[in-house]
Design a protein around this ligand. Sequence first.
Ligand code: ADP
Length: 464
Amino acid sequence: MKMLKTLRVRFALWLTLLILAFLAIFSFGVHFSLSRSLYTGVDETLVLSAEQIIPSLQEEDGSILMPPLDANAPDLIEFDPITQRGITIVILSQNGYILQAAGTHSLFSLSDSLPPTQPEFQTIPEAAEIDRIRVYSLPIVENDQILGWVQTMQSLGTTEESLDKLRTLLVTGSAILSLLAGFAGYFLATRALAPIDKITNTAHRISIEDLSARLNLPDTGDEVSRLANTFDEMLERIESGFTRERQFTADASHELRTPLTAMQTILQFTREGERSLPEYRLALDDLAEEADRLQALVEDLLHLARGEGGLELYKEEIDLSLLLDDVADSLRALAEKKGFALKTNLPPSLIIFGDTDQLIRLIVNLLDNAIKYTQEGSVNISAHNEEDHSIIEVADTGIGIQTEHLPHIFERFYRVEASRSSQGVGLGLSIAEQIVLAHGGKLRVTSVSGKGTKFTVFLPNPPE
Ligand code: ADP
């Protein structure tokens, strides 16, 4: 029963049955048409032979002369050409007596009753030692009067023997061919399904601990090979997803630990002895700063986690020029403190459709980075409308990003080595990208190391 469940056995069985059905139909057809033509052939020969006899009984004036009922009388008719074809001929008198007969003697007197008054075929069933016999009775008629009959008959033995042989041949041939087809089907299915077994075994081996197993089947381009490739690609994606998640958890724990450790150190140091009021104040300020860092980090992590399945936006009509101007104003002091200017180049009004809080967060992240990684020159923020997009550009003249780092800066916790000492943890750009994507836009970066960086945000315009 378990065997029947395997695809290869079912395939082989179906193939056997199918071929058997086809061969059965084919054999039936062959047998039917051959037996029909053989039996019709016999009938036609009997009719022709019987009709051949009648003229030899006719006198010159057309009247019929029946042979006399006398055993010693010479035969009127020459039968040889007909009997040579295996046909037995009997000429019966009006009363059913045999007047003349030629051929196989055992067939001479077959029936007691008189033959029918119309030309007719009869089949005499098989009897001891005698095969079935086909008989054709043709009445000899003159002036509407039956003078007697010509009967031609032939044994159906040879015909039926040939048909018997044909039947045996067809039945055994069909059975053998179907079995062979079944075996061939089983063999082919086993070969074709071998990779499936491999897939099953690999799937068994895979676990969360080890996602590295791959099928690596040769690419033959067939269905199974496509399945195997898709399976490998899926494993690749799952594995890299898991690796990313693991990395993220490790990085997040590490980053959370830094401010916590700092807080513990401050507390430990402060509690070790009696401290003066200014010392307590300083400790509290430090604690507050670390708590702020912790809060900012937790907020960033929450933001990213919430945005995992697509950030939820509260969209409204916003004047982007106004929003950018406000954010620039609030951060200008930071730039000025470092000795350079934060410049804006904005149209009087630029209406877009978006989530105000998220867009503020996006611009703050970009501007904050620009100010953080710039020592001299300026930071510029500009916006304009282009076809169906509004474009925001945040450009700085800072340290720039080396080309090899550019593809990674939007990854979570990714920081360029040079900026390791800075305050960021490498989440700012991931969040920025998440916000832009949630708005259906794109975030692009171009940078020349040592010269400066430009981030470009493309936001789709509100529908008309
Ligand atoms: P971080 O919190 O470290 O700033 P981000 O995700 O905002 O993290 O940025 C990732 C990295 O990209 C930063 O560590 C920094 O090296 C680089 N980066 C981002 N913005 C700039 C910029 N304007 N100029 C130079 N480097 C930048």
